[in-house]
Design a protein. Structure first.
Length: 136
């Protein structure tokens, strides 16, 4: 068994005591703990950013980083509507049904906003397409 696995098992067995000790330590030295955390965050910006991105995916869309990466690969790193290539993670928006919360695909900001501005109304989008085709 690896050291990390042993550490995780120990932590799970002793979680309540560990959390109590952490709270007590923070209560006694809040400024010191905040300074330590701030310095660690500054030194580990990439880890913090990755953690925040993973947390957001799970919390907001109930998907893992692996699922996100699979979707990105399946779409060849392109918007599912316009086909523009995503430049980076920030350019990639997760499209989802606002009623069911089901993730539909990955879109660029413009396509994601366009769908949102018409309230995901397919009849309105068809009407807009008809209008554009008549008035080109």
């Amino acid at each position: 068994m690896s050291q990390t696995k042993k550490q995780k098992e120990w932590y799970l067995k002793n979680r309540e005591n560990v959390l109590l000790k952490q709270k007590e330590r923070y209560r006694k030295n809040p400024r010191k703990i905040l300074d330590i955390n701030k310095k660690w965050n500054e030194k580990n910006k990439e880890k913090v950013s990755a953690y925040q991105a993973n947390w957001a995916l799970l919390k907001r869309y109930n998907i893992t980083t692996e699922v996100f990466e699979d979707m990105l690969n399946a779409q060849n790193s392109k918007c599912a509507i316009c086909g523009n290539v995503f430049k980076n993670r920030r350019d990639t928006h997760i499209d989802h049904n606002h009623n069911t919360k089901k993730v539909r695909g990955l879109l660029c900001q413009k396509c994601n906003q366009a769908i949102g501005l018409v309230n995901e109304d397919t009849a309105l989008l068809k009407s807009a397409i008809s209008y554009l085709e008549k008035n080109l």
